[in-house]
Design a protein around this ligand. Structure first.
Ligand code: RIB
Length: 307
């Protein structure tokens, strides 16, 4: 019997169209990019699914791709990563999700997403995937609100813990329709959008977490602080876990793989401090490499990093 944790990711898949800019253009400005443009597999859900698989989970990815060339390419990528693709549907009526990404010199990005087929993940495929009794359900907010609410409740009723990464920020999301989550994890900008507090100081983090708790019930609130690491609280105790120093090349997918790594290590060890440290290591590795999915490390690479 495999002792691998079985994770169900119900979330988004995109093809990323990436250009490296010397800097991010302001409104009305045109900037000439360097090098060539690239098509790179991405999407918050897919990045996390790949992170789960590479870090040693048994991962099923429930998403929707268009019946188009990008969809074919992405399907093959997931299959080659050893991800269970049996709950992926191809949609003849909507294109595969596409993200236009600008990466600046400092490694920071700006992203615009055309969600396409991601918005059409349906209840039937979700129920089918939940019926396989995963150890956890993992989601982000890059698919329809209905799908997130439906999947969270279906999993909760089946006794499956639910982990939600709050990206991208959706202040209109019906958080009151979610069951109690195991982990709710926004990044800095999502925290600011959801609470009105930018998590700068320790006090800001405490106050933001209190506000998050009024919005959504969760056992743990994990605020991702970018290059500073993360803040974790269960509203009883709280701690910071610093990130590891790296030169930022491209932050794309750092958050997606951070939360996946945190989820997996927490399920494996039951120790949230250990999980936060592990997630910071994974995030730091991702930030030091270009691209979304290509930058995600394997479990062996993470072990080597700790040495
Ligand atoms: O979080 C990074 C991801 O956001 C990119 O891969 C892009 O597809 C968007 O979903």
């Amino acid at each position: 019997m495999s002792m691998k944790k079985k994770i169900l990711v119900v979330s988004s898949a995109n093809m990323d169209f990436v250009m490296d800019a010397p800097y991010i253009p302001a409104a009305g400005e045109t900037v000439i990019c360097r090098g060539s443009y690239k098509y790179v597999p991405g999407g918050k859900g897919a990045n996390s699914a790949v992170a789960f698989a590479r870090l040693g989970a048994d991962c099923a990815f429930c998403t929707r791709l268009g019946a188009d060339g990008n969809g074919n390419a992405l399907y093959d990528v997931y299959n080659n990563e050893g991800i269970d693709v049996s709950h992926i549907r191809r949609d003849p009526e909507a294109p595969t999700g596409l993200a236009a990404i600008m990466v600046g010199d400092d490694g920071n990005n700006r992203i615009m997403v055309y969600p396409g087929a991601n918005m059409r993940i349906d209840n039937e495929q979700i129920l089918e995937a939940v019926a396989e009794k995963p150890d956890a359900l993992y989601m982000q907010l890059e698919i329809s609100r209905e799908a997130v609410v439906f999947a969270a409740n279906a999993a909760h009723e089946a006794g499956i813990p639910v982990f939600i990464d709050a990206g991208p920020a959706d202040p209109e999301f019906p958080f009151d329709r979610l069951p109690e989550l195991e982990v709710f994890s926004p990044n800095e900008s999502e925290t600011e959008i959801l609470t009105g507090i930018f998590p700068e100081s320790p006090e800001d983090c405490t106050n933001a977490a209190k506000k998050l708790a009024k919005l959504v019930a969760a056992r743990y609130y994990v605020i991702k602080l970018g290059s500073r690491g993360c803040y974790v609280t269960d509203l009883d105790r709280e701690f910071f876990s610093p990130s590891f120093k790296t030169r930022a090349v491209d932050t794309t997918a750092a958050g997606d793989s951070f939360t996946a790594a945190l989820t997996l290590e927490y399920l494996r060890s039951g120790d949230m401090e250990k999980a936060a440290r592990y997630a910071n290591a994974v995030g730091s590795i991702v930030v030091g490499r270009p691209g979304a999915m290509p930058s995600i490390p394997t479990a062996d690479e993470v072990s080597a990093f700790f040495k």
